[in-house]
Design a protein around this ligand. Structure first.
Ligand code: ZN
Length: 693
């Protein structure tokens, strides 16, 4: 493992942060980022670091201060502010106590922070306070865990790391671990680090560089030892191509996602959905297909730090056809596990849902589950890491994890569950939406509103720069929740392929916004049949293709869904010279009404929105108005601004209708505020002639 310390970079950090935060914290921040940058040392917010410094208080008295990572900060991107300053003198006095309840410890840490607005300190803060060295680095490094989680761990650790480290048996994190680590440190002077069995590594130093170097040195030695011990490479007996596994996954993803949705009490929102993330590259398929795959993979996690994301055990399903029974069996086993240990949980603890977070399916891949893509990705990254390490251990020894009671204690450790966050999720957090015609004015406005409300959005349109630039723009704001899927709505195969692609990305689809449309200006007497057919192909056949694909998808997924058709005011009040548009949109509107009749029994609601005169959304001009505007301007003798004014003044509310207004109407249906299907909301400022009837 590479030592990335650079004196130049360190000096730059001291120049940047030193004047405000002091040199020790500036160097602490630099070294923390070095650790965070390597996913063999730290994954997703894991690990924590500290430095001890002396600072004057408001009365000018010099005080010893512990700066320790705040809970929820990621070492890779941490700033000096991400470290909480705590009164070190007081914390050290806590060593005299025989025990300290978790809740009291958390409160004590918070009430002895220097800054009233400080984030909650890491739950391992007392470990940092009790150990004397100035700089402490704590990680859950892969290679160290590969040494501790094996039946021959004692020999392996001695052989790999020598006498330079203290080995501490597993102790539940918190006060007890801090005391045990402090006692071990005192008993073994001169050591460079401490290995915590089934947990991780602690190193220290009088400088940030010394502590960081100790981590790198020890992990490097562990890696070299592990590489040497690989004697029995794991080989799959029957290996399939990743492309075949992908096809298989696409076919079952919506069904699996439906099986993992929990029934809710709300008749308007009867399911609590999940987001799925899959990985099925060659090494994964090889491992899952190996004769020992199941035995090795279905074992406790590497470190208790991971299990709030993954549950104590993954689910194994040999044959995808057995997924439903497999999930039921997993849930039952999880319920029994809870029953076996419930008395150990704090009074009033409610068990987590019994469904798996990680599902291993040979010849398909690893599927991870979360409330949104962020959560599912954390579970997936941890799982991939875990499987690689379990494989490495098994190739030269045999893997062993923690016993069940220790897993339970950590899964229901209140300080750990607090990491999952208590913030109220946005209304569409668990929703996957497909928006057609996304690169247009209304489409992009709808995408924005859905993303702002937490949805995962597949923006679809014809391939090309308008779609690409929209996706780039939205990805800068919502990196994980927007994908661009090129799709021609007039091609049924393209629609099916797009649905499969979105299902592969997030597990399925819950909301389809049918927005792609074309306009053409000509009086009937001059309406060319080919022009009419061109408009009809998009407006009518495009809508039909989507409605045709939605039925089987929703049937397979089994959790209902929503369809919103962006209709038009012209359906109710057509415009002269606008026959092709008005007639074809009327046909699509009627198709949506029929869909509302046919899909209701599957829990799918189909509603329509009829906007009027949406000219643009930010920089995006409406394609429809690009086609229609010049003619309308000529007919009324107006310029562009004048035409917008004209449309504003013709509605009752004198409103300028925007793409975001249309997005808000989609949100109304998508969040299911009322039990409504087959209905139309006008978004037009009030046009009595165009009121739906
Ligand atoms: Zn830890």
């Amino acid at each position: 493992m590479e030592n990335r310390w650079s004196e130049q970079e360190a000096a730059a950090c001291v120049r940047q942060w030193g004047p405000r935060w002091g040199d020790p914290l500036a160097l602490r921040t630099y070294a923390s980022r070095l650790l965070g940058r390597d996913d063999r040392l730290v994954v997703h917010g894991g690990g924590n670091t500290s430095v001890k410094a002396t600072l004057p208080d408001v009365l000018g008295r010099q005080r010893e201060v512990l700066f320790v990572k705040g809970s929820g900060y990621d070492l890779a991107t941490i700033d000096p502010e991400g470290h909480v300053g705590l009164e070190l003198g007081f914390l050290r006095e806590l060593r005299a106590l025989p025990e300290l309840a978790d809740a009291v410890m958390v409160n004590t840490l918070r009430t002895h922070a220097l800054n009233a607005d400080a984030p909650a300190p890491s739950i391992e803060a007392l470990l940092h306070a009790f150990l004397p060295p100035r700089y402490i680095d704590h990680s859950h490094a892969d290679a160290i865990l590969a040494l501790t989680n094996r039946t021959d761990a004692t020999d392996a650790l001695r052989d790999a790391l020598g006498d330079a480290v203290i080995v501490l048996p597993y102790v539940h994190p918190g006060f007890a671990l801090a005391k045990a680590a402090d006692a071990a440190f005192t008993a073994h002077p001169g050591c460079r680090g401490m290995v915590l069995m089934h947990h991780g590594l602690i190193t220290w130093g009088e400088s940030a560089e010394e502590s960081y170097r100790a981590t790198i040195d020890l992990v490097t030695r562990a890696e070299a030892w592990l590489e040497k011990q690989r004697k029995r490479p794991i080989i799959a007996t029957e290996l399939i191509e990743p492309s075949v596994a992908r096809e298989r996954y696409r076919a079952i993803a919506p069904w699996l996602r439906g099986l993992l949705a929990r029934k809710a009490d709300d008749p308007d929102r009867p399911y609590q959905r999940v987001i799925l993330r899959v990985r099925n590259d060659r090494p994964i398929l090889e491992f899952l297909g190996a004769p020992c795959g199941r035995e090795v993979a279905v074992s406790p996690p590497l470190t208790t730090d991971h299990l709030i994301r993954t549950k104590p055990l993954p689910m194994w399903c040999q044959d995808p056809a057995d997924l439903e029974a497999g999930i039921a069996a997993y849930a039952q086993a999880y319920g029994e596990y809870w029953q076996r240990h419930a008395t150990r949980a704090a009074p009033g603890t409610i068990p987590f849902d019994p469904l798996p977070r990680v599902i291993l399916i040979p010849h398909v891949g690893v599927v991870c589950v979360g409330a949104d893509v962020h959560e599912a990705d954390i579970a997936r990254d941890i799982t991939l890491n875990t499987l690689a390490l379990k494989r490495l251990v098994t190739e030269g020894g045999s893997y062993v994890g923690l016993p069940e009671d220790a897993l339970f204690d950590m899964e229901y450790f209140p300080l750990q569950t607090a990491k999952l966050g208590r913030r109220k999720p946005p209304p569409l957090a668990r929703t996957v939406a497909v928006v057609t015609g996304a690169a247009g004015a209304i489409g992009s406005g709808v995408c924005e509103v859905l993303l702002e409300n937490g949805a995962h959005v597949a923006a679809t349109d014809l391939p090309g720069e308008p779609l690409d630039s929209l996706v780039r723009q939205l990805q800068s704001l919502y990196p994980k929740r927007i994908v661009g899927v090129p799709m021609d709505v007039t091609d049924p195969d393209a629609v099916h392929a797009a649905f499969a692609s979105v299902s592969e990305t997030w597990g399925g689809i819950d909301l389809v916004v049918i927005n792609a449309g074309l306009a053409h200006v000509a009086p009937l007497a001059k309406l060319d049949l080919e022009d009419f057919r061109r408009v009809a192909r998009v407006n009518v056949e495009g809508t039909l293709n989507l409605l045709t694909a939605i039925g089987p998808h929703m049937q397979l997924q089994g959790t209902g869904g929503d369809v919103v058709l962006i209709s038009t005011k012209n359906v109710f009040a057509p415009g002269a010279q606008f026959g092709a548009y008005s007639a074809t949109k009327a046909a699509s509107h009627q198709l949506a009404r029929v869909a509302s009749l046919e899909l209701a029994e599957r829990g799918v609601r189909v509603n329509m929105i009829s906007p009027d005169a949406v000219f643009s959304s930010g920089e995006r001009r409406s394609g429809l108005w690009a086609a229609v505007g010049p003619d309308r301007m000529r007919a009324r003798g107006l310029d562009e601004k004048g035409l917008e004014e004209y449309y504003r003044n013709r509605n009752l509310l004198k409103s300028r209708v925007t793409a975001r207004h249309v997005g808000q109407a989609v949100l109304f249906f998508a969040t299911r505020q009322t039990p409504t299907t087959g209905a139309t909301i006008p978004v037009d400022g009030g046009l009595p002639d165009a009121t739906p009837r």
